[in-house]
Design a protein around this ligand. Structure first.
Ligand SMILES: [Fe+2]
Length: 256
């Protein structure tokens, strides 16, 4: 397998679209499809033919572009089994531990519920990349809308357990807001301060702060660090289970 080419581009208000092009195998994947016109323009810009849409979860800002893209390209739409009735034009439903062979790419499905009940992520181990939708964001995480905090905590840890040099592509550009919140909880984290400054500089130039990486998140994401002594002491939950500390942090972020 040659390393696939990746094209990430802003969509809608603060979503990202991502295209994965495997020249060797003749496939181009769109990770979610927030908006057909923007995905189409990104495909045209690169001269790539869409072959598959890989859906992370059913929310409209990840699926609204599917019907038009499928009508135009006859692409195959693949998404989470548990949400199959809520995703338009789905051809194939998948769940962990399924592996998809798409061109020369071997794509592993990870169940990452919490934001929605059937949310899945896609991991291309050989390319050291994963697409985590609205589960994990740079220095943040998705809201727990359908699952439980315990479920979301397990999903975040599944992503954090991927090889440390795995690049993580996320559904939204929330990095600056997440870093500012993180510093209210973890104010002495020098790496977090540095990442906020880097993210602010990128955004000032209109650039993306993503993808992030597993090792960076382990150092700077307060949600992933919920079980550490430092974070427990900051929120006054020294002996609660890790997931309860996580739930408390998520509540604080919801109110911030
Ligand atoms: Fe979402």
């Amino acid at each position: 397998m040659a390393q696939p080419e990746i094209h990430q581009f802003p969509c809608l208000k603060d979503n990202y679209g991502v295209l994965v092009h495997d020249r060797e195998g003749g496939v181009t994947l769109s990770i979610d499809a927030p908006d057909a016109a923007t995905v189409r323009a990104a495909l045209d810009e690169r001269g790539w033919q869409l072959t598959h849409v890989l859906v992370t979860h059913h929310h409209a800002d990840h699926t609204a572009g599917i019907p038009a893209l499928k009508a135009e390209t006859q692409c195959t739409v693949i998404g989470p089994k548990t949400e199959s009735v809520r995703i338009p034009a789905l051809d194939q439903s998948v769940a962990e531990p399924d592996t998809l062979q798409l061109g020369s790419l071997s794509v592993q499905v990870l169940n990452t519920p919490g934001h929605t009940i059937g949310h899945i992520s896609y991991w291309i181990e050989a390319a050291k990349i994963a697409f985590v939708g609205d589960t994990l964001f740079a220095m943040g995480c998705g809201r727990v809308l359908e699952g439980t905090p315990e479920m979301m905590w397990a999903s975040l840890n599944k992503i954090a357990a991927l090889p440390r040099d795995t690049e993580l592509y996320c559904g939204h550009e929330y990095t600056v807001s997440n870093a500012k919140f993180g510093l209210t909880i973890d104010p002495d984290n020098a790496r977090l301060k540095q990442r906020l400054a880097e993210a602010e500089a990128l955004r000032a130039d209109g650039l993306a702060t993503l993808p992030t990486r597993v090792d960076l998140e382990l150092e700077t994401n307060v949600f992933l660090r919920a079980g550490t002594k430092v974070i427990r002491e900051r929120v006054g939950l020294q002996s609660a289970p890790d997931w309860k500390v996580f739930a408390d942090l998520r509540e604080r972020k919801n109110r911030a």
